[in-house]
Design a protein around this ligand. Sequence first.
Ligand code: BJW
Ligand code: ZN
Length: 298
Amino acid sequence: MNKLLIEFQDHLMKSKKVVALVGAGLLVASGLPTFRGSQGLWKNFNMIDLATPDAFYIDPGLVWQFYSWRRYNALKAKPNGGHKALAKLSKLENLEFVTITQNVDGLLIRAGTPCDKLYEIHGSLFELKCTSFMCNYVDHNNFDHPLTDALNDTEEEFNKPMRKRTLTEQDNRLNSPQFTPVKEISESDLPKCPACNELLRPGVVWFGESLSLQLLNKIDDFIELEKVDLILVVGTSGTVYPANSFVDRVKFKGGKVAIFNTDIEEDVMEGKHENVWGFKGDAAQLLPIALKPLIGEL
Ligand code: BJW
Ligand code: ZN
C-alpha cells in the first residue's frame, strides 16, 4: 500500500476529533458540475456570475431558471461513495466528527449524515426565503418541481444531452449553439411568498452575503475549543472565504490536513508541506478507501 496512505490512516486511527470541509468536486461522481473551470457553465453563463445578489436583482427570472435546473438535477442525482463514507464517519460513536459543506444539494443528508453533524454553510437549494426585509418567511425542505408553471421546462438540458448532439447549420449561426436560449420570465410568474406575496428566492448564500452566524459560532466552537486532529479537504478549490479559512485555523492549532482532489499542487504531492497529505483523484472513490480502517466496507 502507498506510504502516504498508511501514514494518513495511522493518523486517522489515532485522531479523536476530525472535521471535513467539502466542495463541489465531491458532486462530480454524482453527475453534478463544479463552479469553476470548464464545467461551471449553464447556458453559456458562468455559474459564479449567477450566484450573486446583483444577478438576482437584475434578472430574477434568469437566476430562478438556473436554480430550478440545479434543484431538479440535485433531486435526480444519487449520493456517491464519498458522501456515504463521510456519512458513515459521522455515525461513529468514539469519534468527534462534523462535516462543513459548501454544497447546497442535500446529498450528504440523503447519504445518511445526521443533521446535527452537518453544517451547510452556503444554505440549501431546497430552502426558499422571502426577499422582503419586513418578512421572515422561510420554507424548509421544499422539493417541488417545477415551483411555478413558468419554471416548468428548466430540466430540459438534463434530459436531452444538448452538449453532445451534432450541431446544425442554424445552430452555428447562433451565438450559443449548444444551448436553448433562456426564457424571459416576469416577476409575477416566479415563486411568491405565501405570507406577504413578495418574491421568494433560493435559500443559498451568494457572494457578499453573510453566512449564518449561528452556524459560524458552532464551527468556531468545534475548531477553537479543543484541538482538531485532522481536517479532510474534499473537492474544493479553497477560493471562497470564510470556508477556506477553516483549513488554516485547524493547521494553526496543530491539526493535520488531508486533501482529496483531482487537482493538487506538485509541492503537496511531493510531501513538501509539513502535515499535509495530498490524494489525487476522484473524491468519491478515494474517500471510501482512505477512511476504510474506521468505517469498514461501504
Ligand atoms: C474534484 C473532482 C473530483 C473536480 N474529486 N475533486 C473581494 C471582493 C468581494 C468579496 C470578497 C473579496 N475577497 C473575499 C471576499 C468574500 C467572498 C469571497 O470569498 N470571494 C472570493 C471569491 C474572493 N465571500 C463571500 O462573499 C462570502 N460571504 C462573506 O464573506 O460574508 C462576510 C461574512 C463572513 C463571515 C461572517 C459574516 C459575514 C459568501 C460566499 C458565498 C459563496 N457562494 C457560492 C454559491 C452558493 C450557492 C450556490 O451553490 O448556488 O458557493 S459561490 C460557489 O463557490 C459556491 C461554492 O460553495 C463555493 C466554493 O466552490 P467549490 O465548492 O470550492 O467549487 P469549485 O468549483 O471552486 O472547485 C471544485 C474543486 O473540485 C476544484 O478544486 C477541482 O479541482 C475539484 N474537483 N472534480 C475531487 N471528481
Ligand atoms: Zn414574505
